[in-house]
Design a protein around this ligand. Structure first.
Ligand code: 6PG
Length: 251
């Protein structure tokens, strides 16, 4: 499912409305809403929009649990920290219980941090048949990565662990990421993609041959639903005509 918004602002607003609606539905149905948020810059305007009084007032925050799809292994107050970015854009502005915020802390040893987050997820989802998030938010890197699942990384083949460390050549910091297996168990998966710099890789991922080894975003095939690609017109600029579905549906 692909939905094309005219610009970044509309993309952010629609994404925020969608997250709020998913939260209301999940809390109504199951008493809680579990979301794995995306890092990077693209989702930040949506998080800020969700924190706006108009929308924040429609979200049942006491039932919301926030997890991260991946993290850069820097201190939580580092400018590169996904935790810091999401706290500043959203969590510091809304009444989500502090003990419902579950960051990935990996400033030290990434392997140990991955084990710790794996254990945290296993205890949190112990009452179910596995880690089934209500909503997973993802971005798309220009090299086709999503979360911290990078081209050629052995983590792409992982089938038993829920969380693994990842290292990207040339990057100063290691990373920790949820595996594709966990992301694909979600009840809803939404990719947020914006800007002309992503148009080429987006066409490859959505319309090109299936090569998840080189385009890890192609690994995301949820078991219970189809991923929703919420994109703006610039990012959609290389997609073949007729690719965007109707506006207004939710995954
Ligand atoms: C991260 C993200 C990563 C991100 C893409 C897109 O920690 O960097 O989780 O997967 O979503 O790199 O990043 P932008 O939105 O900044 O383009």
């Amino acid at each position: 499912m692909i939905r094309v918004e005219p610009d970044r602002e509309a993309l952010a607003r629609t994404a925020a409305e969608l997250i709020a609606a998913c939260a209301r539905d999940a809390v109504r149905a199951r008493g809680r809403f579990t979301v794995a948020v995306a890092g990077g810059g693209t989702p930040l305007p949506a998080y800020r929009s969700l924190a706006s009084p108009a929308l924040a007032g429609t979200v049942p925050w006491p039932g919301v649990h926030v997890f991260w799809g991946d993290e850069r292994c820097v201190p939580p107050d580092d400018p590169s920290s996904n935790e810091r970015a999401v706290r500043e854009a959203l969590l510091d502005r809304v009444p989500v219980p502090a003990d419902h915020i579950h960051p990935i802390r990996c400033a030290g040893d990434p392997a140990r941090a991955a084990l710790a987050y794996d254990a945290l997820l296993r205890s949190f989802f112990a009452d179910g048949d596995g880690p089934t998030f209500d909503l997973v938010l993802l971005g798309l890197g220009e090299n086709g990565h999503t979360a911290s699942l990078f081209p050629g990384d052995p983590a792409l083949q992982e089938t038993s662990r829920w969380v693994v460390p990842a290292r990207v050549a040339g990057q100063a910091f290691a990373r920790v990421t949820l595996t594709a297996g966990v992301l694909n168990r979600a009840r809803a998966v939404v990719f947020l993609v914006s800007g002309s710099a992503k148009a080429g890789v987006l066409r490859q991922v959505l319309e090109g041959p299936r090569r998840p080894e080189r385009l890890p975003a192609q690994l995301i095939r949820p078991r219970f639903t189809q991923p929703l690609w919420l994109i703006d017109a610039e990012a959609a600029s290389q997609l073949s005509d007729g690719k965007d579905s109707r506006r207004g549906d939710r995954p």
